[in-house]
Design a protein around this ligand. Structure first.
Ligand code: FAD
Length: 412
């Protein structure tokens, strides 16, 4: 971790590790406060949509997989009326068959809801089975979900819905090629070289997925349940074996954080103009002030992710459609996750990235977007902000694990 962070640069970004850590140091307390506000802590989700890709075994019964829905009395009445919540009902939605890009995993027997500009499907918002969940009471952490079901989901995401990452890149990121000590940096160089040869759009897609996977792993290792002591706490071995020994996975977490920040930056006017209604005037005003603070900080940040470098050449339009179709399939695959809590956070974060990608790539303006042009429902805004919060926490966790690694290996 140390050598990588000291090496500075992050591929495909205009800023370095330490710069993003400083940004996060500044933003983290603000993002945490915003995520605790009622507007952002309740997320509407349908956790029981059937898996459209294969016959799944249903949901696991592990205690820590369980999600407790919020009590009806907690939810502002404004959100439960069509006018207040706007579950997408006011937008014309195309009924389109599933995308043709999943190769062996074709979803069966269903159509989906999305508009051309969407990078994710919006079914949960309109589902009669959707429930509000208090995210603070159901944190992303170790659940014990593993084995064939989890493997199938990750495999489907990487093998079928990701662009074809060449075999030599996969080989470099597989467990046989773990960078066990910082001396093996040729592997990192080789990896970077191989990834750089891919076109940038495909690299971005891969980084988003791999960064999400790495962030989930970081959270489950930071809040790990030790069976022996029966206590929750950080597990360094867990982190090193899943993320810390893989420079590319570390990079991808920072990359995703920069991408999410860039989408918040582009939404600045929208965030300033939009109301965050919870039915409690004082809380709404407090939240508005916090959002303005977040926007002001984002406006002052140096450039990190630059969306204007993508989708430029002759094949851009085709590539963008393929990118969208593939990402929509990733959001659908979340219905196949066999653990409620993992499904909740998987759905929320793929939706968060779907929203960020829509903001970055579905509008013509190349900087701040005019409020009037933007169509986001509450679920998209909540998902985006909470996904940013999860990545902000992952960066903090990486710094903590770095310190822990140092204490274990170099102190005495
Ligand atoms: P996995 O993490 O399952 O990885 C499988 C293979 O993918 C690895 O062997 C490696 O070759 C490759 N790989 C791993 N990480 C990366 C990366 N970042 N980039 C590229 N390739 C990679 N478990 C929880 O305890 N809590 C959760 O909240 C949780 N959420 C989940 C959400 C989703 C959507 C899914 C699919 C699973 C979730 N899980 C969660 C399960 C967890 O992600 C692991 O699958 C599980 O812990 C088993 O881990 P593993 O060691 O088999 O490797």
């Amino acid at each position: 971790i140390c050598r990588l962070r000291d090496s500075g640069a992050i591929d495909d970004l205009r800023c370095e590790f330490h710069a993003l850590e400083e940004v996060n140091h500044q933003l983290a307390p603000l993002i945490r406060q915003i995520a605790q506000a009622s507007f952002f802590k309740y997320y509407r989700v349908d956790l029981y949509r059937p898996c459209s890709f294969w016959n799944s075994d249903g949901l696991c019964v592990l205690r820590d997989c369980e999600v407790k829905p919020a009590d009806d009395s907690e939810i502002p009445v404004e959100w439960t009326t069509a006018a207040g919540e706007n579950h997408g009902a006011n937008h014309p939605i195309d009924q389109v068959d599933f995308a043709p890009f999943g190769k062996s995993y074709q979803p069966f027997g269903a159509t989906c809801d999305y508009q051309d500009s969407d990078f994710c499907v919006l079914g949960d918002e309109r589902s009669a089975n959707g429930v509000y969940v208090d995210l603070l009471k159901n944190p992303e952490r170790f659940t014990g979900y593993a084995g064939p079901s989890a493997n199938s989901v990750w495999e489907a995401i990487y093998e079928e819905n990701c662009f074809d990452v060449p075999a030599h890149i996969k080989a470099l990121t597989s467990s046989q090629n773990v960078i066990t000590e910082f001396s093996q940096f040729e592997s990192l160089q080789q990896h970077r070289q191989a990834l750089l040869n891919e076109c940038k759009e495909k690299r971005v897609f891969y980084r988003v997925i791999s960064g999400l996977h790495a962030s989930i792993s970081t959270h489950l290792c930071r809040e790990y349940f030790n069976q022996t002591t029966q206590e929750w706490g950080p597990n360094l071995d867990c982190f090193m074996s899943r993320v810390g020994h893989f420079p590319d996975r570390l990079q991808n977490i920072y990359f995703n954080y920069a991408l999410l920040l860039r989408s918040v930056f582009r939404l600045s006017s929208y965030f300033i103009d939009r109301e965050f209604c919870t039915g409690h005037k004082e809380e709404d005003a407090w939240l508005k002030a916090k959002i303005q603070e977040l926007v002001a900080t984002c406006l002052a940040l140096p450039d990190g992710f630059n969306e204007n470098e993508l989708f430029l050449d002759n094949e851009a339009a085709y590539l963008k459609e393929e990118f969208k179709d593939n990402f929509r399939n990733v959001t659908r695959i979340m219905d196949c996750v066999g653990c409620e809590k993992c499904r909740l956070w998987g759905k929320l974060q793929t939706r968060g990235f779907g929203t960020a990608l829509k903001v970055l790539f579905s509008y013509d303006e190349d900087r701040l977007l005019p409020t009037a042009d933007i169509h986001l429902d509450r679920g998209e805004v909540v998902a985006l902000v909470n996904t940013l919060n999860q990545f902000s926490k992952s960066i903090e966790a990486i710094q903590q694990f770095h310190q822990l690694y140092h204490d274990v290996h170099y102190s005495s």
